[in-house]
Design a protein around this ligand. Structure first.
Ligand code: MD3
Ligand code: FE
Length: 216
């Protein structure tokens, strides 16, 4: 039977276009999800999850850590990418090969060949955590996409337009979903609504999000 919501179905995953330059690869990361979570735990041993503080003095409700040659940080001085974890003084953990390969495959699937991320931002949401509408603009070259991987509890994603005032559309992101954000959507406002409490067999009471970027 045809289902016109979906462009194509490829075994365990299927693609769902959201907007120009944005495609949801539903369940694309499901087969790898246990391995991805084991790797997240290894990253967090070296670079613990922390609640970073924005330049405005607010603690972010999602806990974060990073892997790759660059990591994203925020503090009283602003937002930026840097090679070292400010909390430990050590370089961020290296980009795991499995992470880079997954991101590259997803980007290629969405029409962005040659994506070699140098930064993976790992967000961990507990019930009550959210991320308000914002743009990702601390990267050097916006012609590269951002690839996001959702793991664990579901959350409602908000995908807005170029202006904060553009009414966002809502997309439910579930375990294993991968989204590639590129082209004209790269600088769109986006965020997630408050995480609702729940239990997931792999992640317990949390949602994790990996975002792969070419920052430098
Ligand atoms: C759309 N994270 O880390 S991922 C972020 O679920 C961030 O943790 C959210 O926004 C999360 O910056 C959303 C999806 C996402 C990431 C980057 C984008 C959507 C995007 C960049 C441009 C447009
Ligand atoms: Fe973002």
């Amino acid at each position: 039977m045809m289902n016109d919501l979906f462009d194509s179905v490829d075994g365990e995953h299927w693609r769902e276009p959201v907007a120009d330059g944005v495609v949801v690869l539903r369940r694309f990361a499901s087969p790898a999800s246990s391995a991805l979570m084991a790797t997240v735990a290894a990253i967090a041993e070296q670079a613990p999850f922390r609640h970073m503080v924005t330049p405005g003095g607010h603690s972010m409700s999602a806990a974060m850590t990073c892997a790759g040659s660059l990591g994203w940080v925020t503090d009283a001085r602003g937002y930026r990418y840097q090679s070292h974890d400010p909390q430990t003084g050590e370089p961020w953990p290296a980009m795991p090969f499995t992470f880079a390969e997954l991101a590259k495959k997803a980007a290629e699937d969405a029409g962005f060949p040659g994506f070699e991320p140098d930064a993976c931002l790992v967000n961990r949401y507990q019930p009550g955590a959210k991320m308000g509408l914002h743009q990702d603009k601390d990267e050097r070259d916006f012609s590269w996409p951002i690839v996001s991987v959702s793991l664990g509890l579901p959350i409602v994603f908000q995908f807005g337009g170029r202006r904060r005032s553009d009414r966002p559309q809502r997309v439910l992101l579930e375990h294993g979903d991968v989204v590639v954000w590129g082209g004209s959507a790269r600088l769109n406002y986006h965020g997630v609504l408050t995480l609702k409490a729940g239990q997931h067999p792999l992640t317990g009471g949390y949602r994790y999000n990996l975002t792969f970027r070419k920052a430098g």
